[in-house]
Design a protein around this ligand. Structure first.
Ligand SMILES: [Zn+2]
Ligand SMILES: [Zn+2]
Length: 142
């Protein structure tokens, strides 16, 4: 039985990425934290801070996002978060337009049925969606 990390690394290799220590540590960091992270958070995390510099982490993130292994979330480059796209583990997100904080929506996906219907009526395969809700978080509303 392959671990989650091995599975993601297999997907990376299928996309032509080289298996490096930095890649392994980056993916392990995201899996362990199990939430969207910013570039700075990843670069400064214990696994990566001694492994490679921020520029290397940035380049890795760009490649992983291009290959749809990471999903980019958030309002703009400065406040961007990155989350692993894992098959069968879909999440929708809630983002504060004031402070940029992000959390996953604690409810079943609201467009799950719609997605199934679209897949059925159009014949599209491997359908997915990216849903982000924007607003002002409770801490910013005070
Ligand atoms: Zn906020
Ligand atoms: Zn959804």
């Amino acid at each position: 039985m392959l671990s989650k990390l091995d599975k993601v690394i297999d997907r990376c290799r299928a996309e032509g990425l080289r298996r490096t220590k930095a890649l392994e540590e980056l993916l392990a960091t995201l899996l362990e934290n199990n939430r969207p992270m910013t570039l700075a958070e990843m670069a400064e995390s214990p696994r990566l801070t001694n492994q490679c510099d921020k520029a290397t982490v940035f380049r890795l993130i760009q490649r992983l996002t291009d290959k749809a292994i990471l999903r980019r979330l958030g309002l703009h480059e400065r406040a961007a978060y990155f989350a692993l796209l894992l098959p069968g583990e879909h999440r929708d997100y809630l983002i504060c337009t004031n402070c940029g904080s992000i959390e996953s929506v604690n409810a079943p996906c609201p467009v799950y049925e719609l997605e199934k219907e679209i897949q059925f009526t159009t014949g599209y395969k491997n359908l997915y969606h990216e849903l982000e809700f924007f607003g002002t978080c409770p801490a910013c509303s005070i």
